[in-house]
Design a protein around this ligand. Structure first.
Ligand SMILES: CC(C)(COP(=O)(O)OP(=O)(O)OC[C@H]1O[C@@H](n2cnc3c(N)ncnc32)[C@H](O)[C@@H]1OP(=O)(O)O)[C@@H](O)C(=O)NCCC(=O)NCCS
Length: 177
């Protein structure tokens, strides 16, 4: 794993989490139980603290960067899609961040909300729970009912990443340099 202390700031990573060796975790970062961090993800806690809740996944190429003015809080069972850029202040439990979405400084994603693929959530923008936001800049698109099939599909997807934390620990092997 590519996990770096920065001075006295040392990442705290739960023993049940999985961080791929090509991901980078630096400094003041706390990672919860059964979190999956994919190759090329960068979680850089050099300017402030970053906390990631249990069963969240951070997919390939996603960037999470901190800021001195707040603790970056990412909740439980949050899906962070490939290449998302997270400079948000908080992403609450069960939220989903689409591929390539950009969450600007101090933005806040509410519980169960979804930020669509390629959306831009503006500086300090706030969202409401269980709603989808899309576009540049991101605007309200529609609701997502927590009991809907779509929500269930997201939950199954999250579960598959929880399973992968164990699969990668036991089955991943390099076969060529
Ligand atoms: C936003 C989202 C939930 C919409 O899904 P949907 O309701 O099935 O949407 P549809 O494909 O039926 O499209 C409905 C409309 O929204 C538009 N739309 C879809 N995705 C959009 C996006 N990301 N940004 C802007 N508009 C979008 C479509 O063009 C379509 O417009 P139209 O009615 O004018 O033709 C989905 O596109 C999305 O971004 N999901 C995130 C998935 C993800 O990244 N997960 C992480 C896994 S790695």
């Amino acid at each position: 794993m590519t996990i770096y202390a920065l001075g006295d700031k040392i990442p705290e990573i739960a023993s049940t989490a999985y961080v791929h060796p090509q991901a980078s975790v630096i400094g003041d970062v706390k990672i919860g139980q059964r979190v999956f961090v994919a190759p090329m993800a960068s979680i850089r806690g050099d300017r402030g603290k970053i906390e990631i809740g249990d069963e969240t996944n951070v997919q390939d190429g996603a960037i999470i960067h901190s800021d001195p003015s707040f603790v970056t809080r990412i909740g439980r069972r949050v899906n962070i899609g490939h290449n998302a850029t997270i400079h948000a202040e908080c992403i609450e439990d069960n939220a989903a961040i689409g591929m390539g979405a950009v969450l600007m400084l101090g933005s806040k994603v509410a519980e169960g909300a979804m930020i669509a693929n390629s959306a831009l959530l503006h500086y300090k923008a706030k969202t409401e729970p269980n709603k989808i936001y899309a576009g540049v800049p991101a605007k309200y698109m529609r609701n997502i009912d927590p009991k809907s099939d779509a929500r269930q599909a997201i939950d199954e997807y999250l579960d598959s990443y929880v399973t992968l934390t164990n699969v990668y620990k036991t089955d991943l092997r390099k076969i060529h340099e």
